[in-house]
Design a protein around this ligand. Structure first.
Ligand code: MF3
Ligand code: CO
Length: 261
Protein backbone atom coordinates (compact mmCIF):
# COMPACT_ATOMS: atom_id res chain seq x y z
CA UNK A 1 0.00 0.00 0.00
CA UNK A 2 1.60 3.23 -1.16
CA UNK A 3 1.39 6.36 1.01
CA UNK A 4 1.50 9.67 -0.90
CA UNK A 5 3.23 12.94 -0.14
CA UNK A 6 1.63 16.39 -0.61
CA UNK A 7 2.91 16.93 -4.18
CA UNK A 8 1.72 13.49 -5.27
CA UNK A 9 -1.65 14.10 -3.64
CA UNK A 10 -2.14 17.29 -5.64
CA UNK A 11 -1.47 15.39 -8.87
CA UNK A 12 -3.71 12.51 -7.87
CA UNK A 13 -6.48 14.94 -6.96
CA UNK A 14 -6.32 16.56 -10.40
CA UNK A 15 -6.20 13.18 -12.11
CA UNK A 16 -9.33 11.98 -10.31
CA UNK A 17 -11.07 15.27 -11.15
CA UNK A 18 -10.39 14.71 -14.83
CA UNK A 19 -11.84 11.19 -14.74
CA UNK A 20 -14.93 12.52 -12.95
CA UNK A 21 -15.43 15.34 -15.42
CA UNK A 22 -15.32 12.92 -18.35
CA UNK A 23 -17.77 10.58 -16.62
CA UNK A 24 -20.18 13.46 -15.99
CA UNK A 25 -20.06 14.63 -19.59
CA UNK A 26 -20.63 11.12 -20.90
CA UNK A 27 -23.55 10.48 -18.56
CA UNK A 28 -25.19 13.68 -19.81
CA UNK A 29 -25.29 12.13 -23.31
CA UNK A 30 -27.05 8.91 -22.32
CA UNK A 31 -30.40 8.82 -24.07
CA UNK A 32 -32.61 6.31 -25.93
CA UNK A 33 -31.46 5.84 -29.53
CA UNK A 34 -27.78 6.41 -28.81
CA UNK A 35 -25.36 3.59 -29.54
CA UNK A 36 -22.49 2.73 -27.24
CA UNK A 37 -19.80 3.17 -29.90
CA UNK A 38 -20.73 6.84 -30.26
CA UNK A 39 -20.79 7.23 -26.49
CA UNK A 40 -17.30 5.74 -26.25
CA UNK A 41 -16.08 8.06 -29.00
CA UNK A 42 -17.56 11.03 -27.16
CA UNK A 43 -15.60 9.85 -24.11
CA UNK A 44 -12.47 9.75 -26.23
CA UNK A 45 -13.02 13.38 -27.27
CA UNK A 46 -13.72 14.54 -23.71
CA UNK A 47 -10.51 12.85 -22.53
CA UNK A 48 -8.60 14.54 -25.38
CA UNK A 49 -10.04 17.96 -24.58
CA UNK A 50 -8.75 17.68 -21.02
CA UNK A 51 -5.33 16.62 -22.32
CA UNK A 52 -5.59 13.33 -20.54
CA UNK A 53 -5.28 9.77 -21.81
CA UNK A 54 -7.57 6.80 -21.51
CA UNK A 55 -6.08 4.28 -19.09
CA UNK A 56 -8.14 1.43 -20.50
CA UNK A 57 -7.37 1.92 -24.22
CA UNK A 58 -4.78 -0.73 -25.06
CA UNK A 59 -4.82 -1.97 -21.46
CA UNK A 60 -3.31 -5.42 -21.58
CA UNK A 61 -4.21 -8.53 -19.63
CA UNK A 62 -2.15 -11.48 -20.81
CA UNK A 63 -2.43 -11.43 -24.59
CA UNK A 64 -5.70 -9.46 -24.65
CA UNK A 65 -5.64 -5.75 -25.45
CA UNK A 66 -8.64 -3.60 -24.56
CA UNK A 67 -9.87 -1.83 -27.74
CA UNK A 68 -12.11 0.98 -26.40
CA UNK A 69 -11.55 4.25 -24.53
CA UNK A 70 -14.09 3.70 -21.77
CA UNK A 71 -16.02 0.68 -20.49
CA UNK A 72 -19.74 0.67 -21.31
CA UNK A 73 -21.77 -2.20 -19.88
CA UNK A 74 -25.50 -2.49 -20.59
CA UNK A 75 -28.15 -4.38 -18.55
CA UNK A 76 -26.78 -7.86 -17.75
CA UNK A 77 -23.22 -6.76 -18.62
CA UNK A 78 -21.26 -6.39 -15.40
CA UNK A 79 -17.99 -4.72 -16.42
CA UNK A 80 -15.58 -4.05 -19.29
CA UNK A 81 -18.24 -3.83 -22.01
CA UNK A 82 -16.93 -2.54 -25.34
CA UNK A 83 -18.90 0.18 -27.13
CA UNK A 84 -20.58 -1.05 -30.31
CA UNK A 85 -22.59 0.50 -33.15
CA UNK A 86 -25.03 -2.39 -32.80
CA UNK A 87 -25.74 -1.67 -29.17
CA UNK A 88 -28.49 0.92 -29.27
CA UNK A 89 -29.78 2.14 -25.91
CA UNK A 90 -33.51 1.89 -25.30
CA UNK A 91 -35.77 3.26 -22.62
CA UNK A 92 -35.69 0.91 -19.62
CA UNK A 93 -32.04 -0.11 -20.13
CA UNK A 94 -29.31 0.63 -17.64
CA UNK A 95 -25.74 1.47 -18.61
CA UNK A 96 -22.58 1.47 -16.53
CA UNK A 97 -20.19 4.17 -17.68
CA UNK A 98 -16.71 3.42 -16.35
CA UNK A 99 -13.99 5.99 -17.00
CA UNK A 100 -10.34 5.64 -16.08
CA UNK A 101 -7.89 8.24 -17.27
CA UNK A 102 -4.24 9.11 -16.86
CA UNK A 103 -3.30 12.72 -16.14
CA UNK A 104 -0.15 14.10 -14.53
CA UNK A 105 1.11 10.53 -14.57
CA UNK A 106 -1.66 9.40 -12.23
CA UNK A 107 -4.83 7.42 -12.77
CA UNK A 108 -8.34 8.43 -11.80
CA UNK A 109 -11.05 5.78 -11.98
CA UNK A 110 -14.80 6.13 -11.54
CA UNK A 111 -18.06 4.59 -12.65
CA UNK A 112 -21.80 5.16 -12.46
CA UNK A 113 -24.74 3.10 -13.64
CA UNK A 114 -27.43 5.23 -15.25
CA UNK A 115 -31.03 4.55 -16.15
CA UNK A 116 -31.83 5.15 -19.83
CA UNK A 117 -34.89 7.37 -19.54
CA UNK A 118 -37.30 5.60 -17.19
CA UNK A 119 -36.59 2.16 -15.78
CA UNK A 120 -38.72 -0.33 -13.82
CA UNK A 121 -38.86 0.38 -10.06
CA UNK A 122 -36.95 -2.78 -9.10
CA UNK A 123 -34.19 -1.80 -11.54
CA UNK A 124 -34.00 1.69 -10.07
CA UNK A 125 -33.72 0.06 -6.65
CA UNK A 126 -30.76 -1.99 -7.88
CA UNK A 127 -29.03 1.27 -8.81
CA UNK A 128 -29.92 2.96 -5.52
CA UNK A 129 -28.78 0.03 -3.37
CA UNK A 130 -25.52 -0.35 -5.29
CA UNK A 131 -24.74 3.34 -4.97
CA UNK A 132 -25.62 3.29 -1.26
CA UNK A 133 -23.34 0.28 -0.75
CA UNK A 134 -20.48 2.21 -2.33
CA UNK A 135 -21.02 5.11 0.07
CA UNK A 136 -21.14 2.75 3.07
CA UNK A 137 -17.89 1.25 1.84
CA UNK A 138 -16.33 4.69 1.51
CA UNK A 139 -17.41 5.60 5.04
CA UNK A 140 -15.61 2.50 6.32
CA UNK A 141 -12.38 3.58 4.61
CA UNK A 142 -10.84 5.08 7.73
CA UNK A 143 -7.36 5.03 9.14
CA UNK A 144 -6.64 1.93 11.16
CA UNK A 145 -9.55 -0.05 9.73
CA UNK A 146 -8.72 -3.10 7.73
CA UNK A 147 -9.74 -3.39 4.08
CA UNK A 148 -12.30 -5.99 5.18
CA UNK A 149 -14.24 -3.26 6.95
CA UNK A 150 -15.00 -1.73 3.54
CA UNK A 151 -15.83 -5.14 2.07
CA UNK A 152 -18.16 -6.00 4.91
CA UNK A 153 -19.97 -2.65 4.81
CA UNK A 154 -20.63 -2.98 1.07
CA UNK A 155 -21.84 -6.57 1.34
CA UNK A 156 -24.24 -5.76 4.17
CA UNK A 157 -26.05 -3.04 2.25
CA UNK A 158 -26.27 -5.11 -0.92
CA UNK A 159 -27.58 -8.25 0.76
CA UNK A 160 -30.00 -6.32 2.94
CA UNK A 161 -31.38 -4.97 -0.32
CA UNK A 162 -31.87 -8.53 -1.61
CA UNK A 163 -29.16 -8.40 -4.28
CA UNK A 164 -25.80 -10.12 -4.62
CA UNK A 165 -22.23 -8.92 -4.65
CA UNK A 166 -19.97 -10.06 -7.44
CA UNK A 167 -16.94 -12.04 -6.27
CA UNK A 168 -14.86 -12.09 -9.45
CA UNK A 169 -14.05 -8.37 -9.60
CA UNK A 170 -12.77 -6.19 -6.80
CA UNK A 171 -11.80 -2.62 -5.99
CA UNK A 172 -8.13 -1.68 -5.85
CA UNK A 173 -5.45 0.75 -4.89
CA UNK A 174 -4.69 3.28 -7.62
CA UNK A 175 -1.81 5.59 -8.47
CA UNK A 176 0.69 5.51 -11.30
CA UNK A 177 -0.90 2.19 -12.26
CA UNK A 178 -4.57 1.37 -12.61
CA UNK A 179 -4.56 -1.65 -10.35
CA UNK A 180 -2.32 -1.39 -7.31
CA UNK A 181 -2.36 -2.97 -3.87
CA UNK A 182 -4.53 -3.54 -1.93
CA UNK A 183 -7.34 -5.48 -3.55
CA UNK A 184 -10.69 -4.43 -2.12
CA UNK A 185 -13.28 -7.20 -2.32
CA UNK A 186 -16.93 -6.20 -1.95
CA UNK A 187 -17.63 -9.05 0.46
CA UNK A 188 -15.89 -10.44 3.53
CA UNK A 189 -15.16 -10.02 7.19
CA UNK A 190 -14.18 -6.71 8.82
CA UNK A 191 -10.99 -8.21 10.27
CA UNK A 192 -9.63 -9.34 6.89
CA UNK A 193 -6.94 -7.66 4.82
CA UNK A 194 -4.30 -5.03 5.48
CA UNK A 195 -4.81 -1.92 7.63
CA UNK A 196 -5.60 1.28 5.77
CA UNK A 197 -2.98 3.98 6.12
CA UNK A 198 -3.00 7.74 5.87
CA UNK A 199 -2.53 9.00 2.33
CA UNK A 200 -3.44 5.79 0.55
CA UNK A 201 -5.69 6.10 -2.48
CA UNK A 202 -8.23 3.41 -3.29
CA UNK A 203 -11.02 2.71 -5.76
CA UNK A 204 -14.12 1.43 -4.04
CA UNK A 205 -16.35 -0.19 -6.62
CA UNK A 206 -19.21 -2.53 -5.79
CA UNK A 207 -20.56 -4.57 -8.69
CA UNK A 208 -23.97 -5.97 -7.90
CA UNK A 209 -26.29 -8.42 -9.65
CA UNK A 210 -30.02 -8.47 -9.24
CA UNK A 211 -29.94 -12.28 -9.32
CA UNK A 212 -27.07 -14.58 -8.41
CA UNK A 213 -23.51 -13.31 -8.24
CA UNK A 214 -21.86 -15.62 -10.81
CA UNK A 215 -20.54 -14.06 -13.97
CA UNK A 216 -19.60 -15.42 -17.38
CA UNK A 217 -17.33 -14.08 -20.09
CA UNK A 218 -18.64 -12.90 -23.46
CA UNK A 219 -16.99 -14.15 -26.66
CA UNK A 220 -15.19 -10.79 -27.06
CA UNK A 221 -12.91 -11.89 -24.20
CA UNK A 222 -13.60 -8.74 -22.15
CA UNK A 223 -17.25 -8.23 -21.35
CA UNK A 224 -18.33 -9.92 -18.13
CA UNK A 225 -22.05 -10.75 -17.90
CA UNK A 226 -24.22 -11.99 -15.09
CA UNK A 227 -24.47 -15.76 -15.57
CA UNK A 228 -28.23 -15.76 -14.96
CA UNK A 229 -28.94 -12.84 -17.28
CA UNK A 230 -30.03 -10.57 -14.44
CA UNK A 231 -29.31 -6.84 -14.47
CA UNK A 232 -26.04 -5.63 -13.00
CA UNK A 233 -24.96 -2.28 -11.53
CA UNK A 234 -21.57 -0.74 -10.75
CA UNK A 235 -20.57 2.42 -8.91
CA UNK A 236 -17.02 3.55 -8.26
CA UNK A 237 -15.17 6.45 -6.69
CA UNK A 238 -11.47 7.16 -6.21
CA UNK A 239 -10.98 7.93 -2.53
CA UNK A 240 -8.06 9.15 -0.42
CA UNK A 241 -7.75 8.21 3.21
CA UNK A 242 -6.94 11.32 5.21
CA UNK A 243 -6.18 11.56 8.91
CA UNK A 244 -9.71 12.74 9.63
CA UNK A 245 -11.49 10.34 7.28
CA UNK A 246 -12.09 9.39 3.66
CA UNK A 247 -12.29 12.03 0.95
CA UNK A 248 -13.83 11.37 -2.45
CA UNK A 249 -11.47 12.61 -5.17
CA UNK A 250 -13.45 11.69 -8.29
CA UNK A 251 -15.56 14.83 -8.28
CA UNK A 252 -15.78 17.04 -11.37
CA UNK A 253 -14.12 20.45 -11.13
CA UNK A 254 -16.52 22.98 -9.63
CA UNK A 255 -18.94 20.33 -8.35
CA UNK A 256 -19.66 19.64 -4.74
CA UNK A 257 -18.17 16.58 -3.05
CA UNK A 258 -20.99 14.16 -2.16
CA UNK A 259 -21.63 14.29 1.59
CA UNK A 260 -20.81 11.16 3.59
CA UNK A 261 -23.70 10.96 6.05
N1 MF3 B 1 -12.22 0.67 -14.22
C1 MF3 B 1 -11.92 -0.60 -14.80
C2 MF3 B 1 -11.27 -1.49 -13.77
O1 MF3 B 1 -10.85 -1.03 -12.72
C3 MF3 B 1 -11.06 -0.34 -15.99
C4 MF3 B 1 -10.57 -1.53 -16.63
S1 MF3 B 1 -9.66 -1.13 -18.03
C5 MF3 B 1 -9.96 -2.42 -19.07
O2 MF3 B 1 -11.19 -2.71 -13.93
F1 MF3 B 1 -9.17 -2.26 -20.05
F2 MF3 B 1 -9.77 -3.57 -18.45
F3 MF3 B 1 -11.21 -2.36 -19.45
CO1 CO C 1 -11.57 0.46 -10.87
Amino acid sequence: MIVRNAQQMKSIREAAQVAATVLDKMCALVTPGMNTYDLDQAGRRFIDELEAESACYKYQVGSRIYPAYTCLSVNDEVVHGIGSLDRVLREGDIISVDVCTRYNGYIGDNCRTMPVARVAPDVQRLLDVTEASMYEGIKAARLGNRVGKISHAVQRVVEKGGFSVIRDFVGHGVGRNLHEEPQIPNFGKPGNGPKLREGCVVCIEPMVNMGKYSVKMASDGWTALSADGSRSAHFEHTVIINKDGPEILSVPLGKEVPALV
